[in-house]
Design a binder for this molecule. Structure first.
Ligand SMILES: Nc1ncnc2c1ncn2[C@@H]1O[C@H](COP(=O)(O)OP(=O)(O)OP(=O)(O)O)[C@@H](O)[C@H]1O
Ligand SMILES: [Mg+2]
Length: 137
């Protein structure tokens, strides 16, 4: 397992790391939305941790934040198009539905665990054949 901790919004560092670990996965826009959400969930200072790994026939990437978390009653709705808890004009609520669609298309899945006030972990699992497919990185 590889782990990267990114302090101070070093987004280039994150992208480099993902490219290095998951060269051909064409799900970058999906992962991008998770990173944006993670960053937006942190009010002042916090930590985003990215882990990547493989198990059996799958590769995975996990994005963990120490942000405000997701209320349990929202968890079943976050992938719905236009579901947002952000103020009007801030979020369209399309980010996660985009991620979900892309990952589904690659026969993958997204898992989420969240604790209000503590943070959230999103894990994207993809079959290796998707990872070696047509993706541009
Ligand atoms: N890492 C996270 N921490 C806390 N809440 C999250 C996180 N990721 C998603 N959410 C919740 O899920 C909702 C839906 O996320 P989604 O990315 O689809 O839309 P959005 O971020 O609100 O708007 P957009 O992505 O269009 O700018 C968010 O409004 C937020 O309530
Ligand atoms: Mg979003």
């Amino acid at each position: 397992m590889e782990r990267t901790q990114v302090q101070g919004g070093n987004y280039q560092g994150i992208r480099r790391h993902l490219r290095h670990r998951m060269p051909a996965v064409s799900t970058k826009p999906g992962v991008h939305e998770l990173l944006v959400n993670a960053a937006q969930s942190i009010e002042n200072s916090g930590r985003i941790t990215i882990r990547t790994g493989e198990e059996g026939e799958r590769v995975w990437v996990e994005i963990e934040d120490t942000g405000h978390g997701i209320k349990p009653e929202h968890l079943s709705r976050i992938f719905d198009p236009f579901f947002t808890t952000k103020p009007i004009g801030k979020g369209t609520g399309l980010g996660l539905s985009l991620s979900y669609g892309i990952v589904q298309k690659h026969d993958g899945r997204i898992e989420v665990k969240s604790d209000v006030g503590k943070g959230t972990v999103f894990k994207v699992l993809l079959p290796k054949r998707a990872a070696s497919g047509s993706g541009k990185s």
